[in-house]
Write a new protein. Structure first.
Length: 132
């Protein structure tokens, strides 16, 4: 089973980052962090890399519920969503599958939360795909 779900779409990279952020907000997520991996790799290693951003998305209600069940779950937060430019001029948006990552914790009480969060992230990916 895959640890992420994704879609590949055409469009302007920055617009897709913005659209992904808006769709995350509609699902109750805030983007806490935004890492520009292309810029970081150029600065730290002086290497060229495709445009690649990591969005650290957090849904506070679900994060709080999960922390009440398992106080170390913060090591798995926030949910990462990536936006990367592919070599053929398309953009891939991928989100971590929380169901898969929560299995590592082995706490069945987290399953329901993981399924709800997974559904919300899948909606983001689906709604990006529907705009093709």
């Amino acid at each position: 089973m895959s640890y992420y779900f994704s879609t590949v779409i055409k469009g302007d990279f920055d617009h897709i980052v913005d659209k992904t952020t808006v769709l995350l907000q509609k699902e109750g997520f805030g983007v806490l962090t935004q890492i520009d991996l292309q810029q970081t790799l150029k600065k730290k290693l002086d290497v060229d890399f495709n445009r690649y951003k990591i969005l650290g998305a957090c849904n506070p209600q679900f994060a709080y519920k999960a922390l009440q069940i398992e106080n170390k779950v913060g090591t798995m937060l926030p949910c990462n969503v990536i936006v990367q430019e592919l070599s053929n001029g398309t953009i891939e948006v991928a989100a971590v599958d929380p169901i898969q990552s929560m299995q590592a914790i082995k706490n069945q009480a987290l399953e329901a939360i993981a399924h709800e969060v997974s559904d919300k992230l899948k909606n983001v990916i689906k709604n990006l795909k529907d705009e093709k």
